[in-house]
Design a protein around this ligand. Sequence first.
Ligand code: PLP
Length: 405
Amino acid sequence: MSFNYQDIRKDFPILDQTVNNRPWVYFDNAATAQRPLPVLEKISEFSVKTNANIHRGTHTHAIKTTEAYEVARDIVKDFLHAGEREEIIFTHGTTESINLVARSFCEKFVSEGDEIIVTEMEHHANIVPWQMACERHHAILKILPFADNGELKTELLESLISVHTRIIALTHVSNTLGTVNPVKELIRIAHLHNVPVLIDGAQSVPHISIDVQDLDCDFFAFSGHKIYGPTGIGVLYGKRKWLESMPPFLGGGEMIDRVTFEKTTYAEIPLKFEAGTPHYVGAIAMGTAIQYLQNIGLPTIAEYEHQLLKYATGKLKALGNVRIFGESDSKSAVICFELDQIHPFDLGTLLDQLGIAVRTGRLCADPVMDHYNVSAMTRASFSFYNTMEEVDRFIEALTRIRSMF
Ligand code: PLP
């Protein structure tokens, strides 16, 4: 590990507290990541000193804020290795990004009898918008299943694609199984049939360097709060050719060219898809979060988190009578598990009593719960600011909880 752990930890003062009289262990990073001081300082700086709406004023602070917002767009463009800054749309998060495509793309390109493909391991955010689109356009949703080890049955994709397939939407990294899907290969197959692909990158951007041009994806969505930035801000990358041909998603200020009561013409991308006042402080601070990650280096982060994953998986298995959901060799730092059939809500509550925060429930992935025929799961998800000692405390806590049952 080539980063100074003590320095990193100092950047996250929220981690330095006790919960239920114990040093807090935060293992719910897949739900939302904590924000480092530079991000908090940026939010404060733009809230306390410089607040002014963007793209409309000619006064000093309006110009300064507009410039910072557009710099954030450049930061995101470079982060995703997008070809053009106009291909970066700021949204409120992954959910809105996917809804934007499901609404606008489908309005233009999907009609009765057409087909949309998603996978069985999607977060609800990458299922429901497509279901809604299918209802609106009388289209059919098809599902690419996964095997019990948590890997997609990629060999079935080709047989699911037909002349009616209009788009494929799939997650890069599963929020439950942790599987890192071979998206580049799946995109290649889809493109052989001229089918565009949307990648849900909510769980991949914090861990994997993304190059949308190398992946050749048509759309890529992610949220600021999962990459150590603020909530309420996210990104949709889209290839220019699609964004230009899609109708606007929301109507209002800033997305127009000229409004008359007879006819309104729309702004060019990206503003065509950024109606109303955006969360500009969020966008600016997300830019800072991205720079923070880039300073550490995503390969460094990935390597360290992989060590945490291996260590925690080994220790969990050594407990015995543990079922781990998702055991792909290509896995990010997420472990969903069941211990002695203790209900996840009991497990989560008792872990919290011992100062350890994990996620419990259906994890916004009902089809994954149905696949394994369980009502809920317990999920521990790790970040580069977590430690092996914290994993040890987690394992000790599980041992203690087990002895209570
Ligand atoms: N997709 C995946 C894979 C997720 O894990 C999540 C959130 O957990 C989302 C989409 C939705 O993200 P948001 O709630 O930030 O819009």
